[in-house]
Design a protein around this ligand. Sequence first.
Ligand code: KG4
Length: 340
Amino acid sequence: MAKILAIESSCDETAVAITDDGKLLANVVATQIAVHEKFGGVMPEIASRLHTENITVCLTQALDEAKVKMEDIDAIAVTRGPGLIGCLHVGLQAAKTLAMLYDKPLIPVHHLAGHIYANEYVGQFEFPLLCVVVSGGNTELVVMRDEMDFEIIGETKDDAIGECYDKVARVLGLPYPGGLPIDQHAKLGKHTYQLREPDSPAGKYDVSYSGLKTQVINLVNSLKQKGTPVNIDDMARSFQDVAVGMIMDRALKAIHDFKAKQVVLAGGVSANSYLREQMSKALEGSDTKIIIPPLWCTTDNAAMIAKVGEHLYKKGIFADLDLGVDPNWKIDHWMDFKNE
Ligand code: KG4
């Protein structure tokens, strides 16, 4: 039985959530998307400033919604990384201040572990489990053999898949963030443009998205130079087929090789309708079950941080108040949270 207050501020969402023995009492998210939209991407300095403005508002609202006082909280969980350094500092500083003022344990949470554990709001984990982590900043295949046990078996060798969606959307003149508009246009299009998977990177489960992004940019520019109109629906469809196809291929190999009992999709790109549909179809009738996260937990939020917080609270894993952020924290090193 524990009440966890969780804080997330790793990118462009300031979020505070409160759970009581696993039950979500409050889940407040202040998104900055409208501010960053005009720059076509997240401006780190502006994001940090907005977190500073929003954090106390989110905190007050979460406590009000949950109808609990700080004194009733058992522990403070906070995203320590990975993410934008200035943004992480705001959340961590708020969490440390609360932990010190109210004498509560501080729980350092890995952002991607949060995305993975968000799935526990809709399903029970069964191991071995393959996590397909696809977001704006990360693309990883992670095998879990037990609770909080992560092995990265494959990853992008350059750009994250979400970053690639956003850049392709920009060259097609679609709004930021570009994942959803591409997903929507792709549904209306046909695979008519010749795009191909970039040359295979080193590892069996690794992917590479930078080359695919460059192919789309070069193709769009050369069509424009020739005065040939670009069919946005068809380009979105051609791109999405290759982008999703690549991660699907690696995930299916890993499911087979690691005899995964379950697959979970995690991160912002797990909202993608084609990825959800293709993965579900591929696993139909097989022994591997799939958990598809509800849309509310594919974007950044603190409910997912609270989920990991609960597991670490039960294990008694807490940090000292000299905890620092780690913008490049790897999920398979989540136990290394002492200051270097
Ligand atoms: O998880 P997230 O907020 O980023 C990080 O924390 O790194 O994910 C944001 C990413 C953006 O790149 C956005 O374009 C993408 O998720 N995204 C999608 C979809 N919805 C959001 N990508 C593909 N299809 C979607 N439906």
